[in-house]
Design a protein around this ligand. Structure first.
Ligand code: XBP
Ligand code: MG
Length: 234
Protein backbone atom coordinates (compact mmCIF):
# COMPACT_ATOMS: atom_id res chain seq x y z
CA UNK A 1 0.00 0.00 0.00
CA UNK A 2 1.63 3.28 -1.08
CA UNK A 3 1.40 5.78 1.77
CA UNK A 4 3.41 8.60 0.17
CA UNK A 5 4.66 9.97 -3.14
CA UNK A 6 7.96 11.87 -3.08
CA UNK A 7 8.38 14.32 -5.95
CA UNK A 8 11.56 15.61 -7.48
CA UNK A 9 11.14 19.17 -8.80
CA UNK A 10 13.34 20.16 -11.74
CA UNK A 11 12.45 18.22 -14.86
CA UNK A 12 9.71 16.32 -13.00
CA UNK A 13 7.11 18.77 -11.73
CA UNK A 14 7.97 21.17 -14.55
CA UNK A 15 10.43 21.29 -17.43
CA UNK A 16 12.59 23.89 -15.74
CA UNK A 17 16.14 22.96 -16.63
CA UNK A 18 16.53 25.25 -19.63
CA UNK A 19 15.11 28.08 -17.56
CA UNK A 20 17.90 27.43 -15.07
CA UNK A 21 20.42 27.47 -17.90
CA UNK A 22 19.17 30.82 -19.21
CA UNK A 23 19.20 32.24 -15.66
CA UNK A 24 22.80 31.18 -15.13
CA UNK A 25 23.74 33.00 -18.35
CA UNK A 26 21.87 36.15 -17.27
CA UNK A 27 23.79 36.12 -13.97
CA UNK A 28 27.13 35.66 -15.78
CA UNK A 29 26.36 38.57 -18.11
CA UNK A 30 25.30 40.82 -15.24
CA UNK A 31 28.49 39.92 -13.39
CA UNK A 32 30.66 40.87 -16.38
CA UNK A 33 31.74 37.26 -16.95
CA UNK A 34 32.20 36.08 -20.56
CA UNK A 35 30.81 32.65 -19.64
CA UNK A 36 27.94 31.27 -21.69
CA UNK A 37 26.43 27.87 -21.01
CA UNK A 38 24.90 26.72 -24.31
CA UNK A 39 22.65 23.63 -24.42
CA UNK A 40 25.38 21.07 -25.25
CA UNK A 41 27.64 22.40 -22.47
CA UNK A 42 24.77 22.56 -19.96
CA UNK A 43 23.91 18.95 -20.83
CA UNK A 44 27.43 18.03 -19.66
CA UNK A 45 27.28 20.29 -16.59
CA UNK A 46 24.05 18.64 -15.43
CA UNK A 47 26.24 15.75 -14.31
CA UNK A 48 26.59 17.80 -11.14
CA UNK A 49 23.47 18.75 -9.20
CA UNK A 50 23.13 21.98 -7.29
CA UNK A 51 23.70 25.36 -8.92
CA UNK A 52 26.65 26.38 -6.73
CA UNK A 53 28.27 22.97 -7.17
CA UNK A 54 27.66 23.19 -10.93
CA UNK A 55 29.40 26.59 -11.18
CA UNK A 56 32.42 25.19 -9.31
CA UNK A 57 32.43 22.10 -11.59
CA UNK A 58 32.45 24.42 -14.63
CA UNK A 59 35.31 26.55 -13.25
CA UNK A 60 37.40 23.58 -12.15
CA UNK A 61 36.82 21.24 -15.09
CA UNK A 62 35.93 23.37 -18.10
CA UNK A 63 37.73 26.72 -17.73
CA UNK A 64 41.40 27.28 -18.57
CA UNK A 65 43.59 30.17 -17.37
CA UNK A 66 40.90 31.40 -15.02
CA UNK A 67 42.18 32.97 -11.83
CA UNK A 68 39.71 32.29 -8.99
CA UNK A 69 38.83 35.23 -6.76
CA UNK A 70 40.33 35.03 -3.27
CA UNK A 71 36.98 34.25 -1.63
CA UNK A 72 35.87 31.76 -4.30
CA UNK A 73 33.07 30.31 -2.18
CA UNK A 74 31.68 33.79 -1.53
CA UNK A 75 31.97 34.63 -5.21
CA UNK A 76 30.05 31.48 -6.21
CA UNK A 77 27.41 32.05 -3.52
CA UNK A 78 26.75 35.61 -4.74
CA UNK A 79 26.71 34.55 -8.39
CA UNK A 80 24.23 31.80 -7.58
CA UNK A 81 22.01 34.18 -5.62
CA UNK A 82 21.93 36.44 -8.69
CA UNK A 83 21.00 33.46 -10.86
CA UNK A 84 18.22 32.50 -8.45
CA UNK A 85 16.79 36.02 -8.67
CA UNK A 86 16.70 35.78 -12.46
CA UNK A 87 15.19 32.28 -12.28
CA UNK A 88 12.44 33.15 -9.80
CA UNK A 89 11.59 36.22 -11.90
CA UNK A 90 11.26 34.03 -15.01
CA UNK A 91 9.21 31.36 -13.23
CA UNK A 92 7.10 34.01 -11.48
CA UNK A 93 5.97 35.26 -14.88
CA UNK A 94 4.33 31.84 -15.41
CA UNK A 95 6.59 30.85 -18.32
CA UNK A 96 7.15 27.28 -17.11
CA UNK A 97 3.93 25.31 -16.54
CA UNK A 98 3.52 22.06 -14.59
CA UNK A 99 4.27 19.03 -16.75
CA UNK A 100 1.29 17.00 -18.11
CA UNK A 101 -0.69 15.17 -15.43
CA UNK A 102 1.32 16.53 -12.50
CA UNK A 103 -1.28 18.94 -11.09
CA UNK A 104 -4.06 16.32 -11.34
CA UNK A 105 -1.81 13.66 -9.76
CA UNK A 106 -1.04 15.95 -6.83
CA UNK A 107 -4.72 16.90 -6.40
CA UNK A 108 -6.00 13.29 -6.82
CA UNK A 109 -3.41 11.78 -4.47
CA UNK A 110 -3.87 14.48 -1.83
CA UNK A 111 -7.67 14.07 -1.97
CA UNK A 112 -7.22 10.29 -1.54
CA UNK A 113 -5.20 10.85 1.63
CA UNK A 114 -1.81 9.91 0.15
CA UNK A 115 1.02 11.85 1.81
CA UNK A 116 3.00 14.05 -0.59
CA UNK A 117 6.56 15.34 -0.25
CA UNK A 118 9.28 17.12 -2.19
CA UNK A 119 12.91 15.99 -2.49
CA UNK A 120 14.91 18.36 -4.65
CA UNK A 121 18.38 19.80 -5.14
CA UNK A 122 17.11 23.26 -6.02
CA UNK A 123 16.56 26.15 -3.60
CA UNK A 124 13.48 26.73 -1.43
CA UNK A 125 12.68 30.00 -3.23
CA UNK A 126 12.74 28.22 -6.59
CA UNK A 127 10.32 25.59 -5.25
CA UNK A 128 7.90 28.08 -3.74
CA UNK A 129 7.87 30.34 -6.82
CA UNK A 130 7.30 27.39 -9.19
CA UNK A 131 4.55 25.80 -7.09
CA UNK A 132 2.76 29.04 -6.22
CA UNK A 133 2.36 29.58 -9.98
CA UNK A 134 1.66 25.92 -10.76
CA UNK A 135 -0.55 24.89 -7.82
CA UNK A 136 -1.77 28.18 -6.36
CA UNK A 137 -1.10 30.25 -3.24
CA UNK A 138 -1.84 27.33 -0.88
CA UNK A 139 0.55 24.93 -2.62
CA UNK A 140 2.35 24.18 0.61
CA UNK A 141 -0.84 22.58 2.03
CA UNK A 142 -0.42 19.64 -0.38
CA UNK A 143 2.98 18.65 1.01
CA UNK A 144 3.89 17.13 4.38
CA UNK A 145 7.63 17.61 3.80
CA UNK A 146 9.60 19.96 1.55
CA UNK A 147 13.18 18.75 1.27
CA UNK A 148 15.19 21.21 -0.81
CA UNK A 149 18.52 22.93 -1.34
CA UNK A 150 21.31 23.00 1.19
CA UNK A 151 19.51 21.33 4.11
CA UNK A 152 21.52 18.16 3.59
CA UNK A 153 25.33 17.89 3.36
CA UNK A 154 25.37 15.94 0.10
CA UNK A 155 23.09 16.56 -2.90
CA UNK A 156 21.79 13.94 -5.35
CA UNK A 157 22.97 11.32 -6.41
CA UNK A 158 23.57 10.97 -2.66
CA UNK A 159 20.40 9.74 -0.90
CA UNK A 160 20.60 12.39 1.85
CA UNK A 161 17.59 14.41 0.73
CA UNK A 162 15.44 11.28 0.50
CA UNK A 163 16.53 10.17 3.98
CA UNK A 164 15.67 13.66 5.25
CA UNK A 165 12.17 13.43 3.74
CA UNK A 166 11.55 9.87 5.01
CA UNK A 167 12.59 10.95 8.49
CA UNK A 168 10.26 13.97 8.31
CA UNK A 169 7.35 11.79 7.13
CA UNK A 170 8.08 9.07 9.66
CA UNK A 171 7.68 6.50 6.90
CA UNK A 172 9.73 3.56 5.67
CA UNK A 173 11.18 3.63 2.13
CA UNK A 174 8.86 0.72 1.23
CA UNK A 175 5.82 2.86 2.15
CA UNK A 176 6.70 5.36 -0.59
CA UNK A 177 7.32 5.81 -4.28
CA UNK A 178 9.40 8.55 -5.88
CA UNK A 179 8.92 10.45 -9.14
CA UNK A 180 12.16 11.59 -10.75
CA UNK A 181 13.51 12.71 -14.15
CA UNK A 182 17.27 12.10 -14.06
CA UNK A 183 19.92 9.45 -13.46
CA UNK A 184 21.24 11.45 -10.49
CA UNK A 185 17.76 11.59 -9.00
CA UNK A 186 17.17 7.88 -9.58
CA UNK A 187 20.50 6.98 -7.95
CA UNK A 188 19.53 9.07 -4.91
CA UNK A 189 16.05 7.59 -4.47
CA UNK A 190 17.19 4.00 -5.10
CA UNK A 191 20.05 4.44 -2.61
CA UNK A 192 17.39 5.44 -0.09
CA UNK A 193 15.43 2.26 -0.94
CA UNK A 194 12.50 4.06 -2.58
CA UNK A 195 10.85 2.53 -5.66
CA UNK A 196 11.10 5.15 -8.39
CA UNK A 197 9.18 6.10 -11.52
CA UNK A 198 10.83 8.25 -14.17
CA UNK A 199 9.46 10.85 -16.55
CA UNK A 200 12.09 11.96 -19.05
CA UNK A 201 12.77 15.29 -20.73
CA UNK A 202 15.15 16.78 -23.32
CA UNK A 203 18.15 16.72 -20.98
CA UNK A 204 17.57 13.31 -19.41
CA UNK A 205 15.98 11.09 -22.09
CA UNK A 206 19.32 9.44 -22.99
CA UNK A 207 20.37 8.74 -19.40
CA UNK A 208 20.56 5.33 -17.70
CA UNK A 209 17.40 4.51 -15.72
CA UNK A 210 18.32 0.98 -14.71
CA UNK A 211 16.49 0.11 -11.51
CA UNK A 212 13.48 2.33 -12.17
CA UNK A 213 10.03 0.70 -11.81
CA UNK A 214 8.97 2.27 -15.13
CA UNK A 215 10.03 5.09 -17.47
CA UNK A 216 7.42 7.39 -19.04
CA UNK A 217 7.89 10.29 -21.44
CA UNK A 218 5.39 12.16 -19.27
CA UNK A 219 2.21 11.56 -17.21
CA UNK A 220 -0.27 12.68 -19.85
CA UNK A 221 -1.80 9.18 -19.49
CA UNK A 222 -2.27 9.24 -15.71
CA UNK A 223 -4.29 6.00 -15.78
CA UNK A 224 -1.28 4.17 -17.19
CA UNK A 225 0.91 5.53 -14.40
CA UNK A 226 -1.69 4.69 -11.73
CA UNK A 227 -1.94 1.09 -12.99
CA UNK A 228 1.84 0.74 -13.18
CA UNK A 229 2.33 2.13 -9.67
CA UNK A 230 -0.67 0.29 -8.19
CA UNK A 231 -2.32 3.56 -7.19
CA UNK A 232 -6.09 3.23 -6.68
CA UNK A 233 -6.79 6.65 -8.16
CA UNK A 234 -9.21 7.39 -10.98
C1 XBP B 1 17.93 19.85 -10.36
C2 XBP B 1 19.22 20.46 -10.03
C3 XBP B 1 19.26 21.90 -9.63
C4 XBP B 1 18.90 22.76 -10.84
C5 XBP B 1 19.40 24.17 -10.64
O1 XBP B 1 17.28 19.67 -9.13
O2 XBP B 1 20.22 19.78 -10.02
O3 XBP B 1 20.57 22.17 -9.23
O4 XBP B 1 19.57 22.24 -11.99
O5 XBP B 1 18.80 24.71 -9.48
P1 XBP B 1 16.19 18.47 -8.93
P2 XBP B 1 19.73 25.43 -8.39
O6 XBP B 1 16.08 17.70 -10.23
O7 XBP B 1 16.74 17.64 -7.80
O8 XBP B 1 14.91 19.18 -8.58
O9 XBP B 1 20.61 26.41 -9.14
O10 XBP B 1 18.76 26.09 -7.45
O11 XBP B 1 20.51 24.32 -7.76
MG1 MG C 1 15.14 16.56 -11.49
Amino acid sequence: MIKAIIFDVDGTLADTEDGHRQSFNKAFLESGLDWNWDVPLYDKLLKVTGGKERIKYFVNDFLENYEKPEDFDGFVKNLHALKTRHYTEMIGEGNVPMRPGIKKLIEDAHAAGITLAIATTTTPENVSTLLEVGLGKNWVDYFSANGCGDIVPKKKPAPDIYFWVLEKLGLKPSDCIALEDSENGLKASLAAGVRTYITTNYYTSRQNFEGAEAVFEDLSDLGKFYRSAGLALS
